[in-house]
Design a protein around this ligand. Structure first.
Ligand SMILES: Cc1ncc(COP(=O)(O)O)c(C=O)c1O
Length: 404
């Protein structure tokens, strides 16, 4: 069969990082790698899902109430006027919403600007659609957006820019000034923005997430994608959405229907309960994640890291290995699994240096192999157990290979 596989399928091979997952499993390592919570989802929304199954909401379904609620939320939070009948497509998670958005606007040869580092899945959809990813580096240590660099990345072939804020893996929340620069690029080059706002409710230190579409003139150029996954700790439910001007939303809906028909019916019903959550739910979410962020920063600091960029949002900490550590990110993670029994993600998978606009120097390629991503969306018990493991390692003088 192998010779019959499509060229796309041949390109999508398991990443070498999966080898690390196997090692972590063999060592029964504490998992600070995966970007999903290991604590329970809110009881009331689980009950709503169970009740929906028992009430026989078990067939293909479109729950219009989700669109009605999202339209109200977009007005309340961002001042956006969204028509719930025409401007929203319910999809299977942000992942499908993003893929369907790409397929609805990207033709072969269209360029799509992305920030580097970024969440790994965007490139797959873009290349499947025949689009060409063009990466613009965010500059460490603060992951600063250089306006000139960004402007140089647009060409007459640019169809869209992808914006993920709050950002995976760095935890950056794009400021209004940065969004204005991006908006200027979109206007000048007449291109679209596809946003990924799955961490919209997880911001820290009183920072507010600004939806790009709320900038003057941008709603008509923007496809917003988001989901229930992170806000309600239900990544397995696969409920997400795209919000866009009617013509794009209709195209996304048509593609969604061809690929998956509809999102899971009982979880759409439960989404109604989730989206109606009182403001204190979102405040608590923020508060608890901020405590977990602070705990994780302290933890890494205690084992020799200098955290130069404290996450402003999301639930990831992207930390540079201590300057004196001679290991690469992958080597470090391997040793951490073996010696401390803790697994995190090597940072290199989030970088795309090879295809960046500005040819990366040897030095920049090196920095891309010097980060680890720690997911702090874990229970206090898991985080405490990880701290204990790190502590034991340090008390034992550290493992020789992890000494720095
Ligand atoms: C930035 C970002 N976007 C999207 C997703 C996936 O979202 P969903 O579960 O809604 O497909 C993730 C999951 O890790 C993510 O980090």
């Amino acid at each position: 069969m192998e010779e019959k596989l499509s060229s796309v399928a041949k390109k999508f091979t398991p990443s070498p990082i999966q080898e690390l997952s196997h090692l972590a499993q063999r060592c029964n390592a504490i998992n600070l790698a995966e970007g999903f919570p290991d604590f329970p989802a809110p009881p009331c929304i689980k009950e709503a899902a169970v009740s929906a199954i028992n009430s026989d909401f078990n067939q293909y379904r479109h729950v219009q109430g989700i669109c009605d609620h999202l339209a109200l939320i977009m007005k309340r939070m961002h001042g956006l006027n969204v028509d719930p009948l025409t401007d929203i497509a319910i999809c299977c998670g942000q992942t499908e919403a993003f893929a369907a958005s790409i397929f609805s606007v990207i033709d072969r040869g269209d360029e799509v600007v992305l920030f580097d580092p970024c969440y790994e899945t965007y490139e797959g959809s873009i290349t499947m659609a025949g689009g060409i990813p063009v990466y613009v580096a965010l500059d460490p240590p603060q992951w600063t957006l250089d306006p000139d660099k960004l402007m140089r990345s647009f060409t007459s072939r640019t169809k869209a820019i992808v914006l993920n804020s709050p950002h995976n893996p760095t935890g950056k929340v794009f400021s209004r000034g940065e969004l204005e620069v991006i908006a200027e690029g979109c206007r000048r080059w007449d291109c679209l923005a596809i946003t990924d706002e799955v961490y919209e409710y997880i911001t820290f230190d009183n920072l507010k997430h600004i939806s790009f579409a709320s900038l003057p003139g941008m709603q008509k150029r923007t496809i917003i994608t988001s989901s229930l996954s992170k806000t309600f700790s239900v990544t397995g439910w696969r409920i997400g959405w795209a919000i866009a001007p009617a013509s794009a939303a209709s195209a996304i809906r048509n593609i969604h229907v061809k690929i998956t028909d509809s999102a899971p019916a009982p979880f759409q019903e439960a989404a109604l309960t989730a989206l109606r959550s009182p403001s204190k739910y979102f405040e608590k979410l923020r508060r608890e994640y901020q405590l977990k962020r602070d705990f994780s920063v302290k933890l890494l600091t205690s084992v020799g890291f200098q955290i130069q960029f404290k996450p402003q949002g999301s639930f990831f900490l992207f930390a540079e290995l201590p300057g004196t550590c001679l290991l690469s990110d992958v080597e470090y993670v391997k040793e951490l699994i073996k010696q401390a029994g803790v697994v995190v993600v090597p940072g290199r998978g989030f970088f795309h240096g090879e295809s960046s606009l500005d040819q990366p120097s040897e030095e920049s390629r090196n920095y891309q192999k010097k980060y680890i991503r720690v997911a702090f969306c874990k229970s206090d018990a898991t985080l405490t157990a990880a701290a204990q493991k790190f502590g034991e390692l340090m008390n034992a003088g550290g493992c020789p290979k992890l000494q720095y």
